[in-house]
Design a binder for this molecule. Structure first.
Ligand code: BDR
Ligand code: CA
Length: 310
C-alpha cells in the first residue's frame, strides 16, 4: 500500500520537483497539497502549485491555500532565488482547476479524517501551516504518522550565515511544531546541498522528453542562474524533493535521532537550528535529522517520477 502523503509547500522551483516526485512515485499516494507564503506571497505559491500539478497531468489532488505570513514576523519572499512570482523562468500556463476553498488546516484535517491509516506530512516551506494545525486540531495529531521537513541545517545557513530560509522565515512555527511531540525528521542543508543540479542532471531530465521534463529544465536553468548569482553555486541544490525521497524510499536518506531547537532571539542567528549531534545539552531527543544522501539514487527517483507524468 502506498504511503498517504500531504505536501505542504511554497512553490518555488525545488518545491515543484517535490510535488512531481510525490505524485509520480509509486510508493506514495499524494492526497493533498497545501500552500504557504514563503518563497513567494501566498497568491503566487498557490497559483504555482495549481500550474505545475495541472501541467504534469496530476488530477484529483486538492490544493488549498494556508497562511500568507509567518506567525509573528514579516514575510520576506525569496525572490533573489525564485524570481518575483516565485517561479521564474518558464511562461506559466493558466490553470483551469480552481484551488480548494477550504483553508489549508481544514484540508489537512479532512485528509486525515478520510484516511484509513495515519498520514505523512512532507513540508517544504516555512512551518506556519503546521504550527497552526497543531494549535487548532490537537485531537487530530494521532492521525499524523510523521512530519518530514526540508528546513534547517546541522551547520551553516543560506539566508543568513547560520539560518536556512524555511527556518528563518518562521522560526516560531518551527519551534511550535517541534514542541508538538509528533515524530519529526529534519532534512537540512547539510544533506540537500548534495543534490546538485549538474549539467548531467539537466541532460538526463531533458532526455525524458515529456511536457513536465521540458518545463522542469526551464525551471532548473533559472534556478542555477540565480543560485550562481546569489550563492556562487552554478549547480544549485534541489532541496525540497530530498524530503519526499526520504519517505518514498526509506534508507536513501540516512538519519540520526537527536535534539533540535530553533533559535528565536539571536540578533544574528534567528532561525538557526541548534542540532545537538554530540548530546552536549543532555536534553531529550525530539527529532531525527538527515545526515546522508544516496545522490545517484535520488536523481534516479526524480527522473522516474517525471517519466510517469505528462
Ligand atoms: C528552502 O528554501 C526555499 O527557497 C526552497 O524552496 C527550500 O524549501 C531551502 O533553503
Ligand atoms: Ca520550498
Amino acid at each position: 500500500m502506498p504511503t498517504p502523503v500531504i505536501l505542504d509547500c511554497d512553490p518555488g522551483h525545488d518545491d515543484v520537483f517535490a510535488i512531481w516526485l510525490a505524485a509520480g512515485h509509486p510508493a506514495l499516494d499524494l492526497r493533498a497539497i497545501t500552500t504557504v507564503g514563503g518563497n513567494g506571497r501566498l497568491e503566487h505559491t498557490t497559483y504555482n502549485a495549481r500550474v505545475v500539478t495541472e501541467l504534469a497531468g496530476i488530477a484529483g489532488v486538492p490544493i488549498s491555500a494556508g497562511a500568507g505570513a509567518p506567525l509573528v514576523r514579516t514575510l520576506a519572499p525569496a525572490d533573489w532565488i525564485h524570481g518575483a512570482n516565485a517561479l521564474g523562468g518558464p511562461v506559466l500556463p493558466e490553470p483551469v482547476v480552481a484551488a480548494d476553498r477550504r483553508p489549508a488546516i481544514d484540508l489537512i484535517r479532512d485528509t486525515i479524517d478520510d484516511s484509513a491509516e495515519p498520514v505523512t506530512i512532507v513540508a517544504t516551506g516555512p512551518l506556519t501551516n503546521l504550527a497552526l494545525f497543531v494549535r487548532a486540531y490537537p485531537d487530530r495529531l494521532p492521525g499524523i504518522r510523521e512530519i518530514v521537513w526540508m528546513g534547517g541545517s546541522t551547520g551553516r545557513g543560506n539566508v543568513t550565515p547560520y539560518a536556512e530560509f524555511n527556518a528563518w522565515c518562521d522560526p516560531e512555527a518551527a519551534s511550535i511544531v517541534l514542541a508538538g511531540g509528533l515524530p519529526f525528521t529534519m532534512v537540512g542543508l547539510n544533506v540537500t546541498h548534495q543534490a546538485l543540479v549538474t549539467p548531467d542532471v539537466i541532460t538526463r531530465i531533458d532526455a525524458i522528453g515529456n511536457k513536465t521534463a521540458a518545463f522542469g529544465v526551464e525551471l532548473l536553468n533559472f534556478f542555477n542562474a540565480t543560485y550562481e548569482a546569489d550563492q556562487g553555486m552554478p549547480e544549485g541544490p534541489l532541496h525540497d524533493p530530498v524530503a519526499v525521497a526520504l519517505v518514498a524510499q526509506p534508507g536513501l536518506v540516512t538519519t540520526v535521532r537527536t535534539r533540535i531547537d530553533v533559535e528565536l532571539h539571536g540578533a544574528e542567528t534567528a532561525g538557526a537550528t541548534s542540532v545537538d549531534l554530540i548530546d552536549k545539552l543532555k536534553r531529550p531527543p525530539n527529532a531525527h535529522v538527515a545526515t546522508g544522501l544516496d545522490v545517484e539514487q535520488f536523481w534516479r527517483l526524480v527522473e522516474n517520477a517525471i517519466r510517469r507524468l505528462s
